[in-house]
Write a protein that binds this ligand. Structure first.
Ligand SMILES: [Zn+2]
Length: 83
């Protein structure tokens, strides 16, 4: 999607909301909770053909925080549960 091509419909009508002011939205509506006191704003990519939305955490330091605080999913654990 970041390449400008929609992964769902292959359209080239992809637009980025990375430059939208007040990205966190009213009441943090365009963000995800990381912990009790921390939220991460999202950059949204939208396909104007099919409406597909892809979201990315916009600040690199929030990615570091998430990797410290959240439970990591190990691919092998997921495979075991699937059996
Ligand atoms: Zn699309």
């Amino acid at each position: 999607m970041k390449t400008g091509i929609c992964p769902k419909c292959s359209s080239h009508e992809v637009f980025s909301g990375a430059g939208v002011a007040l990205k966190k939205g009213p009441f943090g509506s365009n963000s995800i909770p990381i912990g009790l006191t921390s939220i991460a704003a999202l950059d949204n990519l939208v396909c104007a053909e099919c409406g597909y939305v892809e979201s990315y955490v916009s600040e690199p330091e929030k990615l570091t925080e998430i990797s410290r605080k959240w439970d990591k999913i190990e691919p092998e654990d997921f495979e075991k549960k699937d059996d």
